[in-house]
Write a protein that binds this ligand. Structure first.
Ligand SMILES: [Zn+2]
Length: 134
């Protein structure tokens, strides 16, 4: 999905979201957003909750993806999960969003956060460094 359409999607639904006066309507409105649109909106909300401590230390809430896999023959009984920060789509007008899962992975070169996404180009959700995932 082209980025401009994603932003438009968010803008189109923002009014409906803010007009929602009860939880079921809010959940329904958010559920109608595209995934990139939902990520963009939630990140905006979460960023406003960043806590800065004396001395400049910062705590920031970010979105994450948890993945776990059915036990395989050699890993019988394994229920380990993989957890990584969800990258913020950094798509240009001609880039695409691939709804096939969070199979793009990488590590932020600035803050070393593990990042996953369903797009190749993202911003690190922690420090906003652009990153191309593979
Ligand atoms: Zn980073």
């Amino acid at each position: 999905m082209p980025y401009r359409r994603v932003v438009s999607d968010v803008d189109d639904h923002r009014e409906a979201v803010f007009a929602a006066l009860n939880r079921p309507r809010l959940v329904e409105a958010l559920g109608r957003l595209s995934l990139p649109g939902l990520i963009d909106l939630l990140d905006e909300v979460l960023r406003s909750r960043t806590i800065t401590h004396d001395g400049g230390d910062e705590e920031r809430i970010v979105l994450a993806v948890a993945a776990w896999y059915p036990p395989r023959a050699k890993q019988e009984g394994s229920d380990e999960a993989y957890l990584a920060a969800l990258g913020l789509p950094d798509l240009g007008p001609n880039d695409r969003y691939y709804p096939s899962g969070f199979c793009q992975m990488g590590t932020c070169r600035t803050c070393r956060t593990e990042i996953v996404s369903d797009v190749k180009r993202v911003l690190c959700p922690v420090c906003r460094t652009p990153r191309s995932l593979t």
